[in-house]
Design a protein around this ligand. Structure first.
Ligand code: NI
Length: 255
């Protein structure tokens, strides 16, 4: 059994065949799927999907590339959505310095990230963090502003040293399609060194399809390809990987 701990099935790429995509996931052994919002609108959409499909859960939050969507009422609205039983996390939230080069806008990203960490603490929910090219500031914020919180650095792209700091906080790393890419850089070494109880698997569908689907639309069924690569690198069986990554997902998100 597998759990896809991060995807975006509310995306318009799935509007024609969403139910079939969920069915294919089930047939591949993917029994639970967590969709994450990036804006208020997509957070509402993933919450609705979780109500309508028994396999689906949701996380709600404002993504760092969508900070213009954040105002004085946003946290109250996110809290309303989070009151729905199948909303299990605040996310995805975090920092994205890849496209954002303006230091004042990066500072706004940090403030909105911290505000949503505070919201998660108030609501007693775990968090799913997006960190793109912002490893040092993300780690600093986790170490200083995330006390008492649990969470995952999703689509992990930092160094082994940073991963070790993340593990010290009892946080998780999320591993997806890039692990299977030829240019996966340091990721294979990181997953080999990671303790079993700190790894989650995810697709980030519709993005980042793993090999052999690379370049096509990604979907939750393909999380099994990520699990296979993990098993190969860590010298474990696919069943073992499915068992411990699912246990980790249940542990973090209380599914
Ligand atoms: Ni995502």
């Amino acid at each position: 059994m597998f759990i896809d701990t991060h995807c975006h099935l509310e995306d318009e790429n799935f509007s024609a065949d969403r139910a079939e995509v969920i069915e294919r996931a089930k047939l591949s052994g993917v029994e639970r799927i967590i969709n994450f919002g990036s804006t208020l609108k997509s957070s509402e959409a993933v919450t609705e999907l979780a109500k309508n499909f028994s396999e689906l859960y949701a996380g709600v939050g404002i993504h760092p590339e969508e900070i213009d969507d954040f105002d004085a009422n946003t946290c109250a609205r996110l809290a309303e959505l989070a009151a729905v039983k199948k909303v299990v996390a605040i996310g995805e939230i975090g920092l994205d310095y890849h496209w954002e080069k303006d230091p004042s806008r990066r500072l706004i990203q940090q403030k909105i990230f911290v505000a949503q960490l505070d919201l998660a603490r108030q609501l007693n929910l775990p968090v799913c963090v997006h960190d793109r090219d912002a490893h040092a500031d993300t780690l600093k914020i986790l170490q200083t502003e995330a006390r008492g919180l649990r969470g995952v650095l999703h689509c992990y792209s930092g160094s082994l040293e940073t991963a070790r700091e993340v593990f010290k906080l009892d946080w998780f790393i999320g591993v997806d399609g890039p692990l299977t890419f030829k240019n996966s850089a340091k990721l294979p070494e990181i997953v080999k060194a990671a303790p079993r109880d700190r790894i989650l698997i995810e697709t980030d569908a519709p993005y980042l399809a793993p090999v052999p689907h690379r370049g096509k639309r990604n979907e939750p069924a393909y999380v099994v390809d990520v699990a296979k690569k993990l098993a190969e690198l860590r010298n474990e069986t696919l069943d073992e990987v499915g068992a411990y990554t699912s246990a980790n997902a249940k542990n973090l998100y209380g599914l």
